[in-house]
Design a protein around this ligand. Sequence first.
Ligand SMILES: NC(=O)c1ccc[n+]([C@@H]2O[C@H](COP(=O)([O-])OP(=O)(O)OC[C@H]3O[C@@H](n4cnc5c(N)ncnc54)[C@H](OP(=O)(O)O)[C@@H]3O)[C@@H](O)[C@H]2O)c1
Length: 254
Amino acid sequence: MGTRLSGTAALVTGASSGIGAATARSLAAEGAAVALVARRRERLEELAAGIRADGGAALAVVADITDRQQAADAVARVAAELGRLDTVVNNAGLMHVGPAAGASPDDWDAMVEINVRGLLHVTHAALPHLVRAAADSPRRVADLVNISSTAGRVARPATAVYNLTKFGVNGFSEALRQEVREQGVRVGVVEPGTVATELSSHLRDGVREAIERQVEGLELLRPEDVADAVAYMVTRDRRVAVNEMLVRASDQSW
Ligand SMILES: NC(=O)c1ccc[n+]([C@@H]2O[C@H](COP(=O)([O-])OP(=O)(O)OC[C@H]3O[C@@H](n4cnc5c(N)ncnc54)[C@H](OP(=O)(O)O)[C@@H]3O)[C@@H](O)[C@H]2O)c1
């Protein structure tokens, strides 16, 4: 167990699988008490038990963060039960792909709901806690990390609405960074390339196979590779702000 985040509390959204679960494990391994937020209770309880078995501290919090009240309640519960909130990782997200013409508007709405509105709900509720944590912690710094994507920097056909959400996350993050830096809150974005997670399992048959063909032969990133990037960002001394990390699979051309 590391100690760089000892005495701090972290909240990770979308902690029930993939990048979020790996990030929660890595922050716990640095000594943070970690709140695990997502909808699937069993997955969260299982991860929390694993973190505790490794000597860490974890709290499972079931919430659908597309609902503003549930997101606010989740943040309030975490701050109350863990006593503070120093690190927030907005990771929960969804990707549907396919040409815009003829796409399902429900798929578009679902991406906006979680990738944009869910992130905003959690950020809004968490900011006062982060400002307080930066003021009173021995580290004198707090962190908000938003998980964007290469799709937040590079637009491509068949991902127009996913691009819209992730470009939006990058713009929001940079504006917020400038607002809260004087209060000791660092804002960063991590932009992963293609990672082996459950993300593509949400795609419809046909589309999923098309994506799988696109990445065939690539050695994909692992969730732990992205978790390493997040852990690097949030364990820097307060004089260092790593605001953006683009982490591609070495084989990835786009
Ligand atoms: N995989 C990639 O190639 C890749 C590349 C670049 C960026 N990303 C980004 O990385 C992030 C994590 O994705 P992943 O690849 O780890 O996918 P994943 O395994 O599908 O994880 C998505 C997480 O989001 C949670 N979530 C979805 N809707 C939610 C809601 N309404 N409320 C609360 N939690 C919700 C899911 O939990 P529940 O279903 O239990 O709620 C799950 O834990 C996303 O923002 C994604 O855009 C992924």
